[in-house]
Design a protein around this ligand. Sequence first.
Ligand code: GPU
Length: 826
Amino acid sequence: MLQVTETTERSTSTPATVDSFKDEFLRQLRYEQGVELGTASRDDLFQALARTVRNYMVDNWLTTVETQKAAGSKVVAYLSAEYLMGPQLDNALLSTGLTDVADTALSSLGLSLDDIRATEVEPGLGNGGLGRLAACFIDSLATKNIPAIGYGIRYEYGIFRQTFVDGRQVEQPDSWLSNGTPWEIPHTDQAVEVAFGGHTEQAIDQTGRSVTRWVPGETVLAVPYNYMVPGYGTANVNTLRLWSAKATNAFNLHIFNSGDYESAVRAQTVAENISKVLYPEDSTPQGKELRLKQQYFFVAASIKDFLRTLPEGFDLKKLPERIVFQLNDTHPVIGVPELMRILVDERGLAWEDAWDITRRSFNYTCHTLLPEALEVWSVDLLGRLLPRHLEIIYRINEQFLAGIRATYPGDELRVRRMSIIQEQPERAVRMAFLATVGSTKVNGVAALHSDLLRDKVLDDFSAYWPDKFTNVTNGITPRRFVQLSNPSLANLIDDTIGTGWLNDLERLKELEPYAEDASFRKAFREVKQANKDRFVSLLAQRDGIELSSDALFDVMVKRLHEYKRQMLKLLHVVTIYDRVLKGEIKAADLTPRVVVFGAKAAPGYKMAKEIIFLINSVAKVVNNAPELEGRLRVAFPANYNVTLAEKLIPAADLSEQISLAGKEASGTGNMKFALNGALTIGTLDGANVEIHELVGGENFFLFGMTEPEVQSLSDAGYHPTSFYEGNASLRGAIDLISSGIFSGGDRTAFEFVISDLLYKDRFMVLADYQTYIEAQERVEVAYADQESWSRKAILNVARTGFFTSDRSIQDYLDRIWHAPAFPVTK
Ligand code: GPU
């Protein structure tokens, strides 16, 4: 078994034997859970096991923290409002090398590791790509021995649990903490105060200078909860610190004693609401006051937390040598005026010095090109919640615009375009501009995205500061998304090229020659088949969905968003059905295909929810159509999350990455699929461009307009109706949806979706329809030749090692952070 050989390669804090592991597990069960083995519930077993494994990481963790502190090495502070961690047990076992020890110890007690691990509830503290990226990045930072800390929010409720009721999405609260979580360690004693509201005052300090003071209206406590982030193949264990809000005067004695219990409790509730729930909008912020509170809450706490670790008398001008704050999108950018406030108002630095320190301490990663995803906070709201910060933002803007005016005299149009404050439709702070002005480097998340960011979204800024802009293409951790999720493939790779590739993923290149080896191809196909079987049985048990594993698995999983174009995939499904109904194609000629959708819609996003209803409605009819029996099935398991992704991605043959070119910043699912041997059908968008380049055109099903083509079609005036009228097959599909066949005869059921497609179609689904259908026809032909398909799939694995998040982190280090590695020896 893999884990046995690997155990010897990596360090664990305490060399574990099966017996000592068993003893610790039984001790946990008895003295922490308070139960006997014979009467323990599954959750008891899980909690005891998780804490047992956790305790094997603690020594290395404490050593890491202590040695890094003593060395005073530069720290990367990753500021992110989301961390979509996924289940933790397997990753902890992998990094401690204890998988086999745990398995044997549990077996000897008549227990099954598989059963116990299945009870873990994943912490869903993120929406999608952005949050999952943060989780991959902290994994790679730890693996690469970089002194780093992840800062974020400990939401009591993470991303909602999705259910379907009559085909419609219904959201349930995600009470992931209801049984407690074994992975966190709270430190109430290290809480910090965070202030809000109030007003500012002018005062004269001891030296006779005029200074501004913020007199806040209220404060809350930020309580840190630490999570260990173990590296792979190293003793280094970093920290993820998530903040939870607590009322400062929980028992407001004054109010309480006056007998007004309700008011006393209400004040507490208001304070603690701050970290109550994750906002479920992915790429479409709603501008809610509580969200801004969340942002300031965790950023202010994090900056304070870091500053208190500096030695007495530390020269703040040297701050950029000790820390680099990375802004994961604009959510934490309020940290820029916050650090200014601390340096100027509290530490008495001159504005110019403070600005120099601040700008050198922050960098900004942008994750979008969609205008509606760019955060904007109304001046009204910001001024009410953070009056001093608004003043500081105005001053930053004034100074910035003075520079613009000096460089471009008389160009007031440009000044208005670049101002951090927008005037229309309401006066508001453009957070992406504040982030750009306040940072040393600004990066996009894939090559195309960074180019478009530089040349379109932030073109004025890149003209002014050409050196500020750079690219770091996203990546994913192969520990979770190959080793843990696809152990059979990992074993095959070990047997073929040896171990050591998991933290040196470019070594997958060594697999290339094996694409020509028939026995390797056979073994590779067997792995894929076993993964399909595993997924099919999981889905039967999890959702009662019955599928055959003897089919092409065609998978589209990601948030439901119009720009990602789930509708295009659905039109393909409906087209097949329509053609079969019309006798244009024979079902018997079709490659058996299972189409799997997984997607959550933001609860307030009506179009997305209607599309979910349409997919479920089509699935119901298609899955019961005798004409399609054994040829086409559509599965839409509810509540797609990391846990499900880990089972689904290894089972996929075809990866759907079909966003309109120029809209998906990067995508990271696309990387996970390719690395697990699925072929991509995709547009030249986001990181697809780089995947296509690396795997080669013959191993990728490319279709659709390029970004410049999209731009010219849009400039020329896009009329979706003309595509509908000019394409019989497209017309057939749309008419079938409108016919009522998927809605029990109701011809209006999907009008909201269909009329938008016909008359608006902002993401040009209809324009890309024909080339998409043709690409799917190429898929059919290619899949019929299994030897050739396997060759392509193997080359996808062999050539996508570039997408390890270890490489992304190295790029951040080289281009942005310049923080040296600091290996910890045990
Ligand atoms: N992304 Br902005 C999110 O998941 N949420 C957001 O609020 C914003 C961006 C995604 C991008 O859509 C995706 O293309 C990218 O791969 C991912 O961030 C990580 O960079």
